[in-house]
Design a protein around this ligand. Structure first.
Ligand SMILES: Cc1cc2nc3c(=O)[nH]c(=O)nc-3n(C[C@H](O)[C@H](O)[C@H](O)COP(=O)(O)OP(=O)(O)OC[C@H]3O[C@@H](n4cnc5c(N)ncnc54)[C@H](O)[C@@H]3O)c2cc1C
Length: 492
């Protein structure tokens, strides 16, 4: 037999010899009692010789580093091999090989899944080398490889003074971003990343590459815009309609006093804000000498002048002056450096909720009391929101798989920690769960699929709402054997 189960492997007494020198996570994986197939070294060698790109195995240099996801709490789950694909042919070879030997597979682009869903104990198919970006000034179309990251978009679109709605973290993969929707500071004026997608090439389980757009394979194209990550196939390219960009006014203000009154003034300002305003508002809890200290901050960009921004901020500044205040008018791509974040791998858990309308006084009081009751880690806990509206709502919930239209905010609670005592993490997770559940009274039951959350109840309904039955039908049509799966994937 070409492959053996983990149990058969251990029963045969070869586990320790094979696992020797491969590190604790690999031994834990062997011992965790699941019944997944393990391919023999000879079979892995077959794969290695069939690939144009490299195959990394647990004894390859820096293997754990290559396998490491952004979400460090899942870094112990190591694959048996990482195929660094350099062509569609390589991806096809991986798909055929994994199916022939019944090895589970996963696609990895930027590796920034919050839930570590681009990790596996089988074969990791990395498309990160397919990171080309070809943008055409005349048509405004940009064709990106399936493994391009935000940083590739920044580099290639900058000389053209054009952009798409990209995220703030340069290392995030465009694949994961667009396939789950894609929010960013341009979304109110230009729509979501998925709204700008005009075509994508996807390899199905049988190795066939199809080009999906509004005319061809329109059902799959519909599904990929909001529910595509890891569900239907492996995307090898994305074509976007870019838009021209100009100077922006970017800003970051923070307050440490009168948080509730200042927050309310921000909410009131946003009710009539122009579409060119993109903001993130955060209330952060940190521990100082055993007490919890809160701060409020607002980060964003305005397609407009400093005077226009100052006019918007004026009613907020009458509540109180900020503790820190930076406002700059910059060319678009310099402005993106101001608002971007490094987004290094970390231990964290983020849970989101879409919000309709304004948050009531009671909702704000619930946020503040929960943050004040934060049990504490060595880092921070943040409740935050991104302002929605504008062009996002020019599409209807049924126009594509991304169902979340007509909301005012995408809110989330973010918990961050360094490696800590297990009890500390357990206390924090309990706190997060209570806070998240309480917020449902003031928000909606819908959550952002790109802030994918392994502890979300009714997650399929929360991510896809009324679009779920159609998505399941499309899944059955294009991936009937459920080759592309992960714990929260769309079931057949
Ligand atoms: C630091 C940080 C900042 C973020 N900022 C933003 C933001 O500004 N806006 C926003 O909307 N979201 C943001 N996110 C969330 C982000 O959009 C999602 O985590 C996204 O899924 C990451 O994509 P990835 O390609 O980097 O991740 P991966 O872990 O590689 O992939 C995510 C999922 O997509 C699948 N997948 C990857 N590549 C392909 C492919 N080529 N074909 C088919 N399936 C594929 C994977 O199997 C996995 O299920 C951020 C996340 C982090 C960690």
């Amino acid at each position: 037999m070409a492959q053996v189960s983990r149990r058969q492997f251990l029963r045969a007494g070869t586990g320790l010899a094979f696992g020797a020198g491969l590190g604790t996570p690999f031994l834990q994986w062997l011992a965790d009692g699941s019944n997944e197939a393990i391919a023999t070294p000879a079979i892995w060698k077959d794969l290695a010789t069939s690939l144009e790109g490299n195959l990394f195995r647990p004894d390859s240099a820096k293997f754990a580093e290559r396998a490491r996801p952004w979400a460090l709490r899942y870094a112990d789950k190591l694959p048996q091999g990482i195929a660094q694909c350099t062509s569609e042919k390589d991806i096809r070879t991986c798909l055929q090989w994994a199916q022939a030997h019944k090895i589970p597979l996963v696609t990895r682009s930027g590796g920034h899944s919050y839930a570590g869903y681009s990790t596996t104990t089988g074969l990791m198919i990395s498309v990160s080398a397919l990171n080309s970006v070809n943008a055409d000034q005349a048509t405004g179309l940009a064709i990106l490889g399936g493994g391009a990251r935000n940083r590739n978009v920044y580099a290639e679109c900058k000389p053209l003074d054009r952009a798409v709605t990209h995220g703030r973290c340069k290392d995030v993969g465009v694949a994961g971003l667009v396939l789950g929707g894609g929010i960013g500071f341009n979304m109110r004026s230009q729509g979501l990343t998925c709204d700008q997608l005009v075509e994508t090439k996807i390899m199905l389980a049988n190795g066939r590459v199809i080009t999906c757009n509004e005319k061809n394979y329109a059902d799959l194209f519909w599904a990929c815009r909001g529910a595509g990550g890891g569900n239907f196939g492996i995307h090898t390219s994305f074509t976007f309609q870019t838009f021209p960009v100009d100077r922006l006014t970017v800003f970051q203000l923070t307050w440490t006093d009168k948080i509730v009154d200042t927050f309310k003034a921000i909410q009131t300002m946003t009710e009539k804000a122009p579409e060119g305003l993109g903001i993130k508002v955060s209330i952060t809890a940190k521990k100082q000498a055993n007490s919890t200290v809160l701060s409020l901050s607002i980060l964003g960009q305005l397609t407009g002048s400093m005077d226009e921004l100052n006019a918007l901020l004026a009613p907020i500044l009458t509540v109180q002056r900020p503790a820190t205040n930076t406002i700059q008018n910059l060319p678009y791509w310099e402005a993106q450096e101001f608002v971007s974040e490094e987004g290094l791998p970390e231990y964290s858990h983020e849970r989101s909720r879409f919000v309709k309308g304004q948050l009531s006084d009671q909702a704000i009081a619930t946020i503040i009391s929960n943050l004040n009751a934060w049990p504490g880690t060595s880092l921070a806990a943040t409740w935050k929101y991104f302002l929605l509206g504008g062009k996002i709502d020019q599409k209807r919930p049924e126009d594509m798989a991304f169902v979340h239209r007509g909301y005012s905010m995408l809110s989330s609670i973010e918990l961050e920690w360094k490696p800590e005592d297990l009890q500390v993490i357990a206390d924090n997770e309990r706190w997060l769960s209570t806070f998240h559940d309480q917020m449902e009274d003031y928000t909606t039951a819908y959550c952002y699929q790109n802030f994918i959350d392994p502890s979300q109840k009714n997650y399929l309904q929360a991510y896809y709402g009324d679009n779920l039955p159609k998505l399941q039908a499309i899944k059955r049509k294009y991936d009937p054997t459920n080759l592309f799966r992960y714990p929260q994937s769309i079931p057949v």
